[in-house]
Design a protein around this ligand. Structure first.
Ligand SMILES: Cc1cc2nc3c(=O)[nH]c(=O)nc-3n(C[C@H](O)[C@H](O)[C@H](O)COP(=O)(O)OP(=O)(O)OC[C@H]3O[C@@H](n4cnc5c(N)ncnc54)[C@H](O)[C@@H]3O)c2cc1C
Length: 224
C-alpha cells in the first residue's frame, strides 16, 4: 500500500504477481542463480559505452524541447529527421498527451552520508509498515569501498506529477493499460520510432530485463 498508494484489492494482478513469496533462508530479494552488477557500477559502464567520438550526448535536454512529431514525420531541431529514434521517455509525453496522462509512480530519493563504517548488515532493508520510506539501500554492500563513512538511500514513494518529479514505475490498472494501447497504436504511424524501456513501453522491467530488451532491439536494428 505504501509503495503504490492504493489498497491490495485495487492492485493489478501483474503487480501482486511480482512480489516474491520465499520459503527459505536466502536473504537475497532476487532468486536468479547468477546475480551481479557491473564491476565499476552502471554509471561507469554507460560512460564507457558512450565514449566514442561518433556519439554526441546532450545532457539536461528534454527530447520534447528539441523534437516534435507531425503527420507521421519526426522533426528534430526544426528539420525532418529520417533516421531511427530509440525513445526511452514517457510515451504519453511523446504523443503530446493526446489521450491524457498515463499514471506513473515516483519517489523522493534521499541520500545520506553517515559517519559509520556500515549502517546496516545487508544492501537493502525493506520497511513495509514503519516510516514513510519503503526501504534503505546501503551501496557499500554492492560496490565495496574502504571509506570510513557510508552512503544510504531512503526511498519515499510519491504520485508522479508531470514536470514536477521523475516517473519511475508504470501504474497498471485496466484504464491505464487501455490508454497505453491507444498511445502504442497512435505511434505506429511513426515507423522510425522504436519504444524501449519501462516508460516508453509502459512495462515493469528490472535491469536484466531491460538490458535483454536493449540487446534484442540492437540485434533487430543490425539485421536491418
Ligand atoms: C528506486 C529504484 C530501485 C530499483 N532497484 C532495482 C534493483 O534492485 N534491481 C533491478 O533489476 N532493477 C531495479 N530498478 C529498476 C531499474 O532501475 C529499471 O529496470 C531500469 O532503470 C529501466 O531502464 P529503462 O531504460 O527502461 O528506464 P530508465 O533507466 O528510467 O531510463 C530512461 C532514460 O530516458 C531518459 N528520458 C526520459 N524522458 C526523457 C526526455 N523527455 N528527454 C530526454 N531523456 C529522457 C531518462 O533521463 C533516463 O535516462 C529500480 C528502479 C528504481 C526506480
Amino acid at each position: 500500500m505504501k509503495q503504490w498508494g492504493f489498497k491490495p484489492e485495487q492492485m493489478d494482478a501483474d503487480v501482486v504477481g511480482r512480489i516474491p513469496v520465499v520459503l527459505n533462508y536466502d536473504s537475497r530479494y532476487f532468486q536468479d542463480r547468477y546475480q551481479a552488477v557491473p564491476r565499476e557500477g552502471y554509471t561507469q559502464m554507460i560512460t564507457n559505452m558512450l565514449s566514442n567520438k561518433r556519439i554526441k550526448v546532450m545532457l539536461g535536454t528534454n527530447f520534447m524541447d528539441i523534437a516534435h512529431l507531425q503527420e507521421g514525420k519526426v522533426y528534430i531541431m526544426g528539420q525532418e529527421f529520417r533516421g531511427s529514434v530509440y525513445y526511452t521517455g514517457k510515451v504519453d509525453e511523446l504523443a503530446g498527451f493526446v489521450f491524457g496522462l498515463l499514471p506513473y509512480r515516483s519517489f523522493k530519493l534521499q541520500f545520506e552520508r553517515i559517519n559509520v563504517e556500515y549502517f546496516q548488515d545487508v544492501a537493502q532493508v525493506n520497511y513495509p509498515n514503519q516510516y514513510d520510506f519503503t526501504r534503505i539501500t546501503e551501496f557499500k554492500h554492492i560496490q565495496p569501498s574502504e571509506s570510513k563513512d557510508t552512503v544510504i538511500l531512503k526511498e519515499y514513494p510519491l504520485e508522479h506529477v508531470h514536470g514536477e518529479n521523475d516517473p519511475f514505475y508504470p501504474v497498471f490498472n485496466k484504464e491505464s493499460r487501455g490508454r497505453y494501447e491507444k498511445y502504442a497504436e497512435f505511434l505506429q504511424q511513426y515507423k522510425q520510432i522504436i519504444l524501449v524501456g519501462r516508460l516508453a513501453e509502459y512495462k515493469y522491467y528490472d535491469m536484466d530485463d531491460v538490458v535483454a530488451r536493449a540487446l534484442d532491439v540492437v540485434e533487430q536494428a543490425m539485421q536491418g
